[in-house]
Each structure stands twice: as structure tokens, then as C-alpha cells.
Design a protein around this ligand. Structure first.
Ligand code: GAP
Length: 459
């Protein structure tokens, strides 16, 4: 595999200088592991979400979307098991008081050779003692025992103290799909198998967040639950593995940097589970998960809510609780993967390095930039920009030399630059420069719109 130019430091710096992603609450000194999307970043992330929705809802003849509340009845989290078992194994360094995840310490110490997912807390403590795994902050070896730490953020509702009720910020969007199973089925008259999808915020009090937007305490998930009959579940599990893989490839990801990884330790409800990992700048890590969750979720919600969640087959009259195949991907994690995949440094003939983000045109923030060759061509350029903006997002730039303006657009991945020059005034044509090849062609405004619209399709 060819050596890649991308590093996490370069991505963070580029994102900050080009308005893609800023550190959260920056003027107050920041707030650990929160990030704000800037003008360019919000467009890219929205495009990723749109592409996902198109593929998994719009193009599926039996999948339906919901947008459920972030704050849910606390019983939801009792039923799902999150109040009791959504925990991380934490260890505190008694010397410098820093907090760490035992599994992360082992993974880092063994350079990924030991898989802590398959270990009990006692086994992790034994490994850390035997290998004298020291604190990565102060270098000392003086740990507390492992304590489990619930990752859900708590809050409370009610206006008076006496009336307070503990509630949680949802740690996953999936439960919003499960609790609406019957609502969606009844209102759409969907027959099993069918899917429910959702894109929304989730919150986790991660002990060791990090690696830019890879693991944050607030993030967006894109989740799709496929409800099917027991016995057909493994077939659909295989189908969703393929769909998830194909989605990434159609976004332009190289298959060399993607791989499946089966879970070594299955959650108690799961029959089969795997991740698709991506080769991020810091190494191979989970990009998305595909899980065969059996009938666990609906059965638990039926038990805890006291409401029947059985599906009645309209032909055979058979009543059963469907199995669920879950496909879940973080929008921010996909964003990080897309940024890493797009980043390129190209050495030009004159020896200069050109930084270029080679996004799929459907993902790029702006589909075109309109650049007047000289400032006195601004009226014509503004007119063209307004015409294009009715069809797709456009950037307008008249500051600096044309070469510098091309470079700025390359750095945010704008696939086409339209330059308005003196010939434009005469015959209405503009030059259209291709981001990847830097080749230029001359087209009328209408031809340029048709040309760009064809290239930015996500099929
Ligand atoms: N409903 C299943 C579920 O939530 P998960 O593996 O915990 O499964 C699914 O999360 C996806 O959500 C992950 O594959 C990842 O893309 C994203 N994700 C999870 N935790 C995250 C975090 N702290 N920051 C950013 N993305 C996260």
C-alpha cells in the first residue's frame, strides 16, 4: 500500500484554517473533546448524512425514517440494559490523578496485539500488573483497582428540587427506533421485513475520548434497524454487511483501507456482530458496526412497558417478535474517515506541493467556486454565482491571485472552479477547472451547470 501523506496533526490544522472544524468553546480555552463544525465542515457533514439517508431510506423500498426525542423515559434505559451495563472499566493513576480505561491501556501497551475485549476486569488488572503498564501521563505505576463507570450523561427534569426525576441524554439513537416499532409499522402498513432509520445526536461520558472527532462525548449516529423474522436474520445480517461496505466504496473509499472485524466477545443479546474498520491516520479502528440483535430489544421493551410489541403476519396470522439487524455508523466518525481518505499532497512539476482534498463531488462542501479573473469582472461573476447557487452550494472568491484562489478551493475539496474572464464578457463562456486533474475546459454557463450536476450525483 502506498505511503499516505495524511496525519492527524495535518488534518486538525487544515480543518481549523479552512473552516471545517474548530475546537469547541475555543475562546474560553476549549472544552475537552468537543468540536464545532465551521461553514465548510457543516456542508460536508450534511452531505454525508444526505448520502447515507438516500442510500438507506430513499432508495430502500421498505425503510422509513424517524426523528425521535433525545430525552426518553428512563425506563427505556432500564429495558435496554444501559443503566446497569453501559460501563467502561476505569482506573485512576494515584500519582497524577489522571483517569484511564484499562482496556485502552492494554491495547496501547501491547500495540494492538492483545485484545482486551475478551478479558474480564480481573484479567485486565492481572495483565496490567504483570506487564507493569505505567500511566501514559506521568510514567508512574500506581493504579487503583478497576471500577466500572456508567457512560450515560444524567440530567433531571422538573422545576422544583422535590419534583426532580433523573433522566439521561440518549447514549445511542437506536432505542428511538425500537420504541416506535409499532407506530411506524401501523402508520406505514409495512410488512416484516422492514427498516427504521434515524440520524441524530447521542452523548457518552467517554473516559478517554480523543483522536480529534473519532471519539467525542457528543456525536451524531446514523442507525438503521431492520426488523425481520427469526430464521431469515443471518441472511439479512450478511446483506447489511455488504450494503454497509458498498456504501463506503461508493463514497470513494479505497477497499485497501477497509476491513471487516468480527467481535471477539459478543454482547449478551447478539448472535453475530462485526465492525467495518477503516485505516485512520492513527491506525485501524472501528468505523461502523453491524449487529444481529435477535429479538432482545423488542422483547425487553415489551416486558418493561407492558405493551405487546408482537407483529401479526397479515397472511398467516402468525404472531411473533421480530429479530433486528442493526447497522450503525457515527456521522462524525465517517467525517473523519472521509477527511483522511480525501487528504492528498501532490508534488507539481515545479516542485511545489499542492494540498488537495479529493472528496467525492457529492460530499464536497461547495460544488463549484466562481472566480473573477480581475476585480472589475465581479458583476458578471456575481451574476453567475447567483445562478449556480439556485442549483447547488457555490463559493465566491475574488481575493488574491488566481493561483492562490485555486489552492484555497483545492484545500477544501471544491471539485470545479469557474473562472470569469474577458472572453466571458464577449461570449458568456467560462473556464471550468477540474480539481483533480487541473485540466480546464470552456463552457457556457448553462453547459457548466449541466456538466457539474452530472458529476455531483451520488448513485
Ligand atoms: N446502537 C449501537 C451502537 O450504538 P456502537 O458501536 O456503540 O453501537 C455505533 O456505536 C457507532 O457510533 C460506532 O461504530 C461509531 O461510528 C459511532 N460512535 C460510537 N461512540 C462514539 C463516540 N464516542 N464518538 C464518535 N462516534 C462514536
Amino acid at each position: 500500500m502506498a505511503e499516505r501523506a495524511v496525519t492527524m496533526e495535518k488534518l486538525v490544522a487544515l480543518c481549523k484554517t479552512r473552516g471545517i472544524i474548530f475546537p469547541g468553546s475555543e475562546i474560553y480555552g476549549g472544552m475537552g473533546n468537543t468540536w464545532d463544525y465551521g461553514p465548510v465542515g457543516v456542508e460536508i457533514k450534511n452531505n454525508l448524512k444526505r448520502a447515507w439517508w438516500k442510500r438507506f431510506v430513499q432508495e430502500s423500498d421498505n425503510s422509513f425514517g424517524v426523528d425521535a426525542a433525545i430525552l426518553m423515559n428512563s425506563r427505556v434505559w432500564d429495558a435496554s440494559g444501559h443503566t446497569t451495563s453501559f460501563t467502561d472499566p476505569k482506573m485512576d493513576c494515584k500519582e497524577c490523578k489522571s483517569r484511564h480505561r484499562a482496556d485502552n491501556l492494554i491495547e496501547a501497551h501491547s500495540k494492538g496485539k492483545v485484545n482486551p475485549d475478551a478479558m474480564t476486569n480481573e484479567e485486565m488488572e492481572a495483565y496490567i500488573a504483570e506487564h507493569r503498564v505505567c500511566c501514559p501521563i506521568c510514567g508512574k505505576f500506581n493504579w487503583t483497582n478497576i471500577r466500572t463507570f456508567n457512560l450515560m450523561f444524567e440530567t433531571s427534569r422538573g422545576v422544583t428540587d422535590e419534583n426532580q426525576n433523573k433522566i439521561y441524554l440518549r447514549p445511542e439513537t437506536a432505542q428511538g427506533e425500537f420504541v416506535n416499532f409499532l407506530n411506524v409499522q401501523r402508520t406505514t402498513r409495512a410488512k416484516v421485513p422492514f427498516g427504521i432509520a434515524q440520524i441524530g445526536k447521542a452523548f457518552r461520558n467517554e473516559i478517554t475520548p480523543g483522536n480529534f472527532i473519532f471519539r467525542t462525548i457528543e456525536f451524531e449516529q446514523m442507525e438503521h434497524q431492520w426488523f425481520c423474522k427469526a430464521g431469515t436474520d443471518s441472511e439479512f445480517y450478511a446483506e447489511f454487511k455488504k450494503k454497509a461496505w458498498d456504501f463506503l466504496v461508493s463514497l470513494g473509499f479505497s477497499e485497501e483501507r477497509l476491513r471487516f472485524k468480527d467481535h471477539d466477545k459478543l454482547a449478551h443479546y447478539a448472535k453475530e456482530a462485526c465492525d467495518i474498520q477503516y485505516l485512520f491516520p492513527m491506525g485501524w479502528s472501528e468505523l461502523n458496526g453491524i449487529h444481529n440483535r435477535t429479538d432482545y430489544d423488542l422483547s425487553r421493551h415489551q416486558e418493561f412497558s407492558g405493551k405487546s410489541l408482537a407483529y401479526v403476519d397479515p397472511v398467516s396470522g402468525e404472531r411473533y417478535i421480530p429479530y433486528v439487524i442493526e447497522y450503525s455508523i457515527g456521522a462524525d466518525r465517517l467525517m473523519l474517515a472521509a477527511l483522511s481518505e480525501a487528504y492528498d499532497e501532490e508534488t507539481l512539476e515545479n516542485g511545489e506541493i499542492r494540498n488537495v482534498m479529493r472528496f467525492h463531488p457529492a460530499i464536497a462542501a461547495y460544488k463549484a467556486a466562481v472566480l473573477p479573473l480581475q476585480k472589475n469582472l465581479a458583476p458578471q461573476a456575481r451574476e453567475l454565482s447567483a445562478k449556480l447557487a439556485k442549483r447547488f452550494p457555490v463559493s465566491y472568491d475574488e481575493a488574491g491571485s488566481i493561483g492562490k484562489r485555486y489552492r484555497r478551493q483545492d484545500e477544501i475539496g471544491t471539485p470545479f472552479c469557474l473562472t470569469v474572464d474577458f472572453q466571458t464578457v464577449e461570449d458568456g463562456t467560462v473556464t471550468v477547472r477540474d480539481r483533480d486533474t487541473m485540466a480546464q475546459i470552456r463552457l457556457s454557463a448553462d453547459e457548466a451547470i449541466a456538466y457539474i450536476e452530472e458529476k455531483i450525483r451520488f448513485d
